[in-house]
Design a binder for this molecule. Structure first.
Ligand code: SF4
Length: 272
């Protein structure tokens, strides 16, 4: 029987894979797509006004003006939102209260940007990595200092060493701290910060946990796709997303950079 690889062996082997993590993810992808999407929306908005304006003039001479004001207001709103998000991301300062615009970013811009990225043949995973990074920056820029008990930490079950027989999904404290997976380190984080950490088997359980706990902020570890949909589902609750490590591929023997979990917690509870 082959020797079981320790966590240290796996850490040494981890070099990322295609479709895995490439930190620091390029924020520039997101900002470029945001700018391109906004530009397209402005052009579409203009055409949306211009083309029917000819017909509207025949109904009443003031209708093109009224319609134009409505379209212009929408365009200004969208452009301001995109500008505010870009400033918050590039400066790290929430000067426009842009966290309030997270909803527009998540619900409105992101689907359009994924669509545009598909047309431009930008890999979806890159857009998602970029989005998660931008989202985290906006959450940090909120500058809220929260009590540890109002923070919810969610981990995927695949983070547990695959041959471990201990049931940590009921209580992470069941972990015997053998060190074969990062759950041992997460136990240390629980004690250090006094925050509950949950290891969950799927999105439905995660949603139920969020409903039960009603946290002020969530720190979640998962792959890019699950984090992106989780951030969308959890809105308006802010989520700090941490992309997992996948030395063996998706959903098996995954890991997490524990220092990133620690930094994310420090960022939201304001402890250095
Ligand atoms: S660290 Fe805990 S959860 Fe991980 S393999 Fe060891 S006992 Fe199991």
């Amino acid at each position: 029987m082959g020797k079981v690889k320790s966590l240290i062996d796996r850490e040494e082997e981890f070099a990322g894979q295609d479709g895995s993590v490439s930190y620091k993810p390029p924020k520039s992808i997101f900002i470029a797509l945001l700018a391109a999407t906004t530009f397209i929306l402005i052009v579409v908005g203009f055409l949306f006004w211009y083309i029917p304006a000819v017909g509207l003039n025949n109904i009443h001479p003031s209708l093109p003006l009224i319609f134009g004001i409505i379209v212009l207001t929408l365009i200004l709103f969208i452009s301001t939102a995109a500008f505010a998000v870009t400033i918050a991301v590039t400066n790290g300062k929430d000067i426009f209260r842009s966290y309030r615009l997270r909803g527009i970013l998540i619900k409105f811009f992101l689907p359009l940007m994924v669509m545009l990225g598909g047309i431009l043949k930008i890999p979806r995973i890159k857009i998602e990595q970029s989005f998660i990074d931008v989202n985290n920056q906006l959450v940090r820029a909120m500058g809220r200092v929260l009590r540890p008990e109002n923070v919810l930490i969610l981990m995927p079950h695949c983070i547990q060493y695959v041959n471990c027989k201990i049931k940590v999904t009921q209580d992470i404290r069941n972990c015997a701290a053998c060190g074969m997976c990062e759950i041992k380190d997460l136990l240390g984080i629980m004690t250090e910060f006094g925050i509950d950490i949950y290891v969950l088997t799927g999105g439905t359980i995660a949603r139920r946990k969020v409903y039960e706990k009603r946290p002020d902020v969530i720190v979640a570890v998962a792959c890019e796709r699950d984090l992106t949909s989780g951030i969308q589902d959890a809105y308006p609750i802010p989520v700090m997303g941490i992309v997992n490590k996948r030395p063996q591929g998706y959903c098996i023997g995954t890991g997490v950079d524990v220092s990133m979990v620690r930094d994310a917690i420090r960022g939201v509870i304001g402890r250095a």
